[in-house]
Write a protein that binds this ligand. Structure first.
Ligand SMILES: [Mg+2]
Length: 269
C-alpha cells in the first residue's frame, strides 16, 4: 500500500477542501500501544499538533473504543470532538450522549464480566469494564494463542454473550450492545453533521476498518473527498492495509504527518 509521505501532493489536494475534518483513532495511532490500557500515554507532539489543527480545521475529532470520559482526559485537547466506546458515546454540550438512545447495557455487561471472570483466571487476561461495553485483553498472556482460544470458548459457551455483539481488536475482544454503532457510523455522522467536503481518518486496528469504509462511502455518495490512512505496526490486522488509501509506520510517522499539516500544508494552502 502506498506510503503517505510519497503522496503529499495528493494529501495536500484533499486538505484544500473546506470544510475539512481530521478524525483520528487513539491507541496505536496517536498513542503507542502499551502492555495495559492504563499505561498508554498520548504522544505529546500529537497532542500539540492536534490542538493547533483544531484551530485551523472545521473539525478535529478522536474516536476510540475507550469510554468517552477516559479518551477526553487522555487526549486532553478541549477544542476537539470526542466519540467513545466504539461510536456509542458522543460528547455533547459538556455531557455524554448515547447513540440513538442506546439502552443502558451496563448491567448486562457487568454480569457478563462476572460470568467470565472465573472462566478466564489465566495470568495475562484482563477484562476491562467500560460501562456499556467491555474489552477482554490478552496482550500480557504468556501464550496469546491459547488465551485467545480460551476466551472464544468462554464466549461461545455463554448465553449472556449471545445478547451482545462481539468484535475483534488487536490482542483483544470487544463486548458491545447489539446496536448498529461503530467507528464507521460515528465517522459518517461527523461527516454529515459538519457537512465536510474533505477529510482524513487515521487508524490502526480492526475496528478502524469500519471508519475507512465510511470515508470511502462518503466519497461515493456525497460531495466529499477523503483518505483512510492505516497506521502499520507489528500487530496490524491483515485487511487494514488493503482497505487503507495510504499507510504510515507507527505513531512517529503520525507525529510527522500532523506536523507537516500544521506547519506546511495548511499555511501554504
Ligand atoms: Mg487503535
Amino acid at each position: 500500500m502506498p506510503y503517505a509521505f510519497h503522496y503529499l501532493k495528493s494529501i495536500r489536494k484533499i486538505l484544500e477542501r473546506v470544510p475539512f475534518g481530521l478524525i483520528t483513532d487513539v491507541d496505536g495511532t496517536i498513542s503507542k500501544t502499551a502492555p495495559t490500557p492504563q499505561q498508554a500515554r498520548i504522544s505529546p507532539l500529537c497532542r500539540q499538533y492536534l490542538a493547533k489543527l483544531s484551530g485551523q480545521l472545521t473539525l478535529v475529532a478522536a474516536i476510540s473504543g475507550r469510554p468517552l470520559n477516559q479518551v477526553r482526559e487522555m487526549v486532553g485537547v478541549d477544542s476537539m470532538v470526542y466519540v467513545g466506546n466504539h461510536g456509542l458515546e458522543r460528547c455533547r454540550a459538556g455531557g455524554i450522549e448515547l447513540k440513538d438512545s442506546t439502552p443502558d447495557y451496563s448491567k448486562i455487561v457487568k454480569s457478563m464480566i462476572e460470568e467470565l471472570n472465573p472462566l478466564l483466571p489465566d495470568e495475562g487476561i484482563i477484562i476491562e469494564d467500560k460501562g456499556i461495553t467491555a474489552t477482554i485483553h490478552y496482550r500480557l498472556s504468556p501464550e496469546p494463542e491459547l488465551a485467545e482460544r480460551k476466551i472464544l470458548n468462554a464466549l461461545n459457551g455463554s448465553t449472556q454473550a449471545k445478547s451482545l455483539r462481539i468484535t475483534r481488536g488487536k490482542m483483544s475482544f470487544n463486548l458491545l450492545p447489539p446496536i448498529e454503532a461503530d467507528k464507521g457510523t460515528a465517522t459518517m455522522d461527523l461527516i454529515r453533521e459538519y457537512n465536510l467536503k474533505g477529510g482524513i481518518y487515521l487508524g490502526d486496528d480492526y475496528t478502524d476498518i469500519d471508519a475507512f469504509r465510511a470515508i470511502h462511502a462518503a466519497c461515493r455518495e456525497r460531495d466529499f473527498q477523503g483518505l483512510a490512512i492505516g497506521i502499520i505496526g507489528s500487530e496490524t490486522p491483515e485487511n487494514l492495509e488493503k482497505e487503507a488509501d495510504f499507510t504510515l509506520n507507527g505513531v512517529g510517522d503520525v507525529e510527522l504527518l500532523l506536523k507537516w499539516m500544521t506547519n506546511d500544508a495548511l499555511r501554504s494552502s
